[in-house]
Design a protein around this ligand. Structure first.
Ligand code: ZN
Length: 273
């Protein structure tokens, strides 16, 4: 089996200090948590920035810049910056594109719009097509975030149109409100219908995070864990940091006999330029 690539989703844009005191919010906290996750074995860091005043997500370039420069200074991790904007708000395309100017190796590409419970997640065709064009020019690899099965069809269409380039990398984010459930049947189906030659990683929301990472590990896929998707270490026990969540997956992989990829190995697995 290919080595296991672990992505750490450091903070997201929505979990608050009211929910957990351990969520990183300030730029230095987000960077530090990413560095610790890398030390624990994460090869890819999926990063959102937070507005220090509101504590919620922002696409502000200067905040991303502070986080990225700290992480680049201390790690060789593959940096994947979000383009998802602020949940429930339809931000102008240019605002969502701000992190691209930092030339990360990867950015998130949320492959369709959806109702996430009370929140509308805006990813209309004009946004996705503009994003695909832009990252093709900048040679940035998309992390194709798939919350529901139809989003794979959207990616397939962009691949056929030449907007996306093979090999594709899918990040299944399952168990979100309004999306595909986080279970083995969902993952089997999704992993079977991605274009051949694609790589995929599984990120379960909430309590499914650990079990679905283990399923992905056995299936030969890759895994995403972290406080963006799940704030608990075990039932009723908050995770104190991202490194705890990454470290557990590393230990299980070692027991199972699947080696964990370094960032350089992750670059090869992802066919990064
Ligand atoms: Zn994210």
């Amino acid at each position: 089996m290919e080595k296991l690539m672990i992505t750490a989703a450091i903070t997201g844009s929505r979990n608050t200090r009211m929910q957990t005191p351990y969520i990183p919010v300030l730029p230095e906290e987000i960077a530090q948590s990413g560095i610790e996750a890398w030390e624990a074995g994460a090869s890819v860091l999926h990063i959102h920035a937070r507005d220090p005043k509101t504590g919620l997500g922002t696409q502000d370039r200067s905040i991303f810049e502070e986080i990225v420069s700290r992480i680049r200074g201390q790690t060789d991790a593959v940096i994947c910056l979000t383009t998802s904007g602020i949940p429930g708000r339809n931000l102008p395309i240019e605002e969502r594109f701000q992190p691209l100017s930092l030339k990360p190796e990867m950015v998130s590409f949320d492959a369709g719009s959806m109702n996430m419970g009370e929140i509308f997640f805006h990813n209309p065709p004009e946004f996705l097509e503009a994003l695909a064009e832009k990252i093709k020019t900048l040679r940035i690899k998309p992390e194709l975030e798939v919350f529901d099965v139809g989003m794979i069809d959207n990616c397939q269409r962009y691949l056929e149109k030449g907007l996306l380039e093979a090999p594709l990398h899918f990040q299944f984010v399952l168990g979100a409100p309004g999306g595909s459930p986080a279970n083995v049947k969902s993952l089997l189906y999704l992993s079977e219908i991605v274009p051949s030659g694609s790589t995929w990683s599984m990120g379960g929301i909430g309590a499914s995070q650990l079990s679905m990472a283990m399923v992905a590990m056995v299936m030969g896929g890759h895994a995403r864990v972290g406080l963006e998707d799940n704030i608990y270490y075990s039932k009723g026990v908050l995770a104190k940091n991202n490194a705890e969540l990454v470290g557990r997956v590393v230990r299980i992989a070692r027991e199972f006999g699947r080696e964990v990829a370094t960032p350089q190995e992750a670059r090869r697995i992802l066919s990064l330029p």
